[in-house]
Design a protein. Structure first.
Length: 268
């Protein structure tokens, strides 16, 4: 690993301390001073004082001429992860939802699976469209997974076995003439959703309403929710390509803010 040059905006000692912790967190085994110096592109004499201070505070441990992370570093990591979890809806997701609604002019929702058996989707975030024609959904409202864009995104995060079990046990009701209820067809649609990281469902739960959704992932690479844009089918399908790009971009942005990088492997 070669670290990036310090930008100059932060005190050099602060930048080096953070770089030391990052290098040690990525190392598969303890690292000696010479190797740290090489990876950080920093003279050993510039590191010794910082290392001593980190050892004193138990952020790193010195043993047999090498350095590794200490208990204080792991405690700090846990506290940071807990803080991010507390801010999950309050900051990161809400900010992304507001930006997507402002950009698209449509209602934006955030849904998660809840503990029912079979599972359903619960809306835990809503940003309403300012348009005169819009859908009405409240926080705490629930929807079935099989017939909604957000629900199919959440199903796509499950394994094939879990999806098949859901399709066997969930009531696949024919809500209206457009509602897809065939288990085999739904299974293929869910697999397509998984491959594309996107779902578009028109008129299947409410006639005249289309939903588009993409998964939101955290640093563990797991899907933690579905970002959903919903509006009249006439508007949504007329701008399908543009709105699809908006939803995907917003979901990726929220995921990145939660620490996710890259794409998860598909379940089999």
């Amino acid at each position: 690993m070669t670290t990036k040059a310090v930008s100059g905006k932060a005190p050099l000692s602060v930048s080096r301390v953070l770089q030391i912790l990052k290098v040690l967190s990525l190392a598969e085994q303890p690292i000696g001073l010479a190797e740290l110096s090489r990876r950080l592109a920093t003279p050993k004499t510039s590191l010794i004082g910082l290392l001593r201070g980190l050892v004193d505070m138990n952020y790193i441990v010195f043993s047999d001429g090498t350095y590794r992370l200490g208990g204080s570093a792991f405690e700090l990591a846990n506290q940071v992860l807990s803080a991010r979890q507390r801010l999950h809806m309050g900051d990161y997701v809400r900010q992304g939802m507001n930006a997507l609604s402002n950009r698209s002019g449509e209602t934006v929702l955030y849904g998660i699976t809840t503990g029912e058996d079979p599972p359903v989707m619960t809306y835990v975030g809503v940003v309403e469209s300012r348009s005169a024609i819009r859908i009405s959904v409240g926080i705490g409202d629930r929807s079935q997974l099989y017939c909604t864009a957000g629900g199919r995104v959440l199903l796509a995060a499950m394994s094939d076995e879990e999806v098949r079990q859901y399709l066997k046990t969930a009531p696949l009701n024919q809500i209206n003439p457009q509602t897809q209820t065939d288990p085999d067809a739904l299974f293929e649609l869910i697999r397509k959703t998984r491959e594309e990281d996107f779902s578009c469902v028109a008129d299947q739960m409410i006639q005249g309403i289309t939903g588009m959704a993409a998964p939101v992932r955290d640093s563990s690479n797991e899907v933690v929710g579905a970002l959903i844009m919903a509006g009249p089918t006439s508007r949504m399908m007329g701008e399908e390509t543009t709105l699809r790009s908006m939803v995907l971009e917003a979901a990726h942005g929220i995921s990145n803010s939660l620490g996710h990088h890259g794409r998860r492997e598909a379940h089999r």
